[in-house]
Each structure stands twice: as C-alpha cells, then as structure tokens.
Design a protein around this ligand. Structure first.
Ligand SMILES: [Cu+2]
Length: 141
C-alpha cells in the first residue's frame, strides 16, 4: 500500500491548503486568467446539497470535489482566525504515538515536507492564516 500523505492523519488540513493553492494557480495559468478563484461548496446551504460526494469512490469525479475541499479549508481558516494565537502549532502534529513506520504517520508531522509539491513547504509553513498566502474568504456564500 502506498503511503497517504494527504489523508487519515494530522497533515490533512495543511496538505489540502497547499494543494488548493497549487490547483488554483495552475487553473489561473491554464485559463490565462489571474483572477480565477475556486469557490467553496457550502454544505449548510440546501441549494448546494445535490452531488455524488457521499460516494467516496466516485467523489473525485464529481465537479464539486474541489469545492468541497475548499469548504473544508474555509472552516480551517475560520478556526485559525479564532484560535491560532492559542495554538501556535497544531498540537496533534508529531504527537502520534503509534509505530513510526505506520503509513498513517509518514509525512504528517509539522516539520515534514508536504509531498509531492515543489517548491517545498512543511505542514508548519501552511499552518498560517490565508492572508499569508494572498487569499481570503468572503463570509457570505
Ligand atoms: Cu483529499
């Protein structure tokens, strides 16, 4: 089984933050439109609820997939804005006490590089509010 550097462990939110930034920049290049932005999918909005995201195997084929991850990043951002001053690092980073060769641990500590992106960022680098990366969320969707 290949290691999962993105899911099922502590680096989930910071991995996806970097991934979404990378995806948005790539889309801007492909579209030759530097103003392109990813919209988030608000599951709390009844008009946003229809999709195949409940089916894990089919979900990456759903156009909503990226927007769903952006909603997760939006919630992460709300959390950072409210609590980050009390949590200078995500306390669970590096606190995993299972075997160090467990694939769930590999690549998920705060000083680990986020695989497979170049240039290199660590999870700690991405544990910052969105303004540090030049974006923000509008509160009303
Ligand atoms: Cu994912």
């Amino acid at each position: 089984m290949a290691n999962d550097y993105a899911h099922e462990s502590t680096g989930f939110l910071t991995w996806h933050r970097l991934y979404l930034l990378w995806f948005e920049r790539e889309m801007q290049i492909l579209l030759n439109d530097p103003s392109f932005t990813i919209q988030y999918w608000n599951w709390a909005n009844p008009n946003d609820r229809t999709s195949t995201m409940g089916d894990v195997a089919a979900s990456p084929n759903d156009p909503v997939f990226i927007n769903h991850h952006t909603m997760v990043d939006y919630i992460f951002e709300k959390w950072l804005q409210k609590y980050q001053q009390n949590w200078l690092r995500l306390i669970v980073f590096g606190k995993y006490d299972g075997p160090k060769n467990d694939p769930k641990f590999a690549g998920h500590s705060d000083n680990d590089c986020i695989v497979p992106f170049i240039p290199v960022y660590t999870h700690k680098d991405m544990f910052k509010q969105a303004e540090n990366f030049g974006y923000s969320y509008s509160g009303n969707h």
